[in-house]
Design a protein around this ligand. Sequence first.
Ligand code: SF4
Length: 63
Amino acid sequence: MKIKVDFDLCESNALCEAMAPDVFELDDDDYLVVKTDETTPENEAEVRRAVAACPRAAISLEE
Ligand code: SF4
């Protein structure tokens, strides 16, 4: 699935990074970097936890 982030909603609180550090990372300027735009069997569970954890509903998954 494709990982989409609405950067207009993101408030850079790093909750997604805490859930899925292999996929989400805040850079030195506190700007969210999405390291891959596709889920894999290995990261899908943690990406779903990140989606659930985001208080801004900024992350979505698309088939
Ligand atoms: S959890 Fe949501 S608001 Fe927080 S950094 Fe990640 S995408 Fe942005």
